[in-house]
Ligand binder design. Structure first.
Ligand SMILES: [Zn+2]
Length: 170
C-alpha cells in the first residue's frame, strides 16, 4: 500500500528531525543517518558498523537508503535516543569514560557492547559484577599539575591483582 508507506516515511523524517536524535546515540557525532530497528536509536555510520557485530541485539538500517516498514517506523517513533538512553545508560558509574567519535573503534565497540550486549548500565552495580579476569578501558584521572581530569588508559588484572594506568594513549 503506497499511501500508507508514504505516511510512514513522513513520520520517519519527523522522528529523525527531533533534537534528541540529532546526535549519534553512542558517540555523539552530529547528523546520524542510520538507526537500529531493534533498539530504536539513531546512530552514525561508524557506530552502525559496530552494531553489525551484535546482530542478535541490533539490526541496523540506513535512514536514507533502506526501506522501513510501518511497524519499524512506529518503533523508532516510540523509542528514539532519549527513551533508549534512559534504559541503557541509566546507571553509568561517574568514573566511566564514554567514548566519543574522536575515539578509536576498539574503545567505542567496548562501550557499545557494555551498553547493549551486557546491559551493564541498566541497573546500579551491574558493572562491578561483570568480571572476566582482565579489563581494559579508560578512566578519568585528575592531573597532578593543573587538577584537570584527563582520560587515562587502565588495565585491571585479576591474576596480578593490580590496577595499572598509563599516562600516554599507547
Ligand atoms: Zn556514532
Amino acid at each position: 500500500m503506497a499511501g500508507g508507506n508514504e505516511r510512514s516515511m513522513k513520520v520517519l523524517k519527523e522522528v529523525w528531525r527531533r533534537a534528541e536524535n540529532s546526535l549519534c546515540a553512542d558517540c555523539g557525532k552530529p547528523d546520524p543517518d542510520w538507526a537500529s530497528s531493534t533498539l530504536g536509536v539513531f546512530i552514525c555510520l561508524s557506530c552502525s558498523g559496530i552494531h553489525r557485530n551484535i546482530p542478535s541485539i541490533s539490526k541496523v538500517k540506513s535512514l536514507k537508503m533502506d526501506h522501513w516498514d510501518d511497524a519499524q517506523v512506529q518503533f523508532l517513533a516510540k523509542h528514539g535516543n532519549a527513551v533508549t538512553k534512559a534504559t541503557y545508560e541509566a546507571h553509568i558509574p561517574i568514573y566511566y569514560y564514554q567514548p566519543t567519535y574522536n575515539d578509536c573503534q576498539v574503545l567505542r565497540e567496548q562501550w557499545i557492547r557494555a551498553k547493549y550486549e551486557r546491559k551493564e548500565f541498566t541497573e546500579p552495580g551491574k558493572q562491578q559484577a561483570y568480571s572476566d579476569g582482565v579489563k581494559e578501558g579508560i578512566l578519568w584521572k585528575r592531573g597532578r599539575d593543573n587538577g584537570q581530569f584527563l582520560p587515562r588508559k587502565f588495565l585491571l588484572s585479576e591474576r596480578e591483582g593490580c590496577l595499572k594506568y598509563f599516562t600516554k594513549q599507547d
